[in-house]
Write a protein that binds this ligand. Sequence first.
Ligand SMILES: C[S@@+](CC[C@H](N)C(=O)[O-])C[C@H]1O[C@@H](n2cnc3c(N)ncnc32)[C@H](O)[C@@H]1O
Length: 206
Amino acid sequence: MEEIPFWEETYRTRDINTFPAEPNGTILEFEHLLKKDSVILEAGCGEGQNVRYLAKNGYCDIDAFDLSEAGISKLKWLCEREGLNINAFVDDLSKFHFAKSYDLVMTFATLCFVEKDEWRHFIEDAKEHTKPGGIHIIHTFTNTVPASPDIAPFAVGLADEGEILDLYSEWEVLQFKTYVFDDEHPNVPKHQHAVNKLVARKKASC
Ligand SMILES: C[S@@+](CC[C@H](N)C(=O)[O-])C[C@H]1O[C@@H](n2cnc3c(N)ncnc32)[C@H](O)[C@@H]1O
């Protein structure tokens, strides 16, 4: 039987959060750099805790996509229930076509589920389709620790340590963090992930 990732099961439920319901702390930390009319994209948004937070706080031009139909269906349901306006759609990061430029592009714990040459291409494309002064928040799992059993069958593109930083050499790096953390989800035993997290701003000259 084909293995499916653990999040698919809880994306199909309406009463269990697959991931923490709070937005990622880095968004809270750097939100002051955004104007309310910022054009925002989240790739691999899942249930949308990050984009829902931003929409609740007055950001009105938000695109969010995920490969999972169940994830996007849940996000749309949550938006309807919470009266939020987010352009949520199913798409594949490895094939994503940028039709406009953004002030913020963000992705959390998603790149590693895409082949490395494909996610590197997505990053280069996203950089081109970011306005001068625009921000990227990129959170990616690295191969510093082996992929945990819950993601191992799907983690085809774990980054090398520091690889993401190298892709932003011509941008202003506002933050780079590298760490290993203990993680837990519904129906998944405790495990560890190694992370590189980068916040970078596009220079006017780029
Ligand atoms: C570990 S979950 C993280 C979800 C969300 N970013 C968060 O931090 O809560 C990984 C997400 O990546 C999505 N994903 C995997 N491959 C993808 C692809 N090729 N394109 C878009 N999303 C993808 C999955 O459907 C899932 O929602």
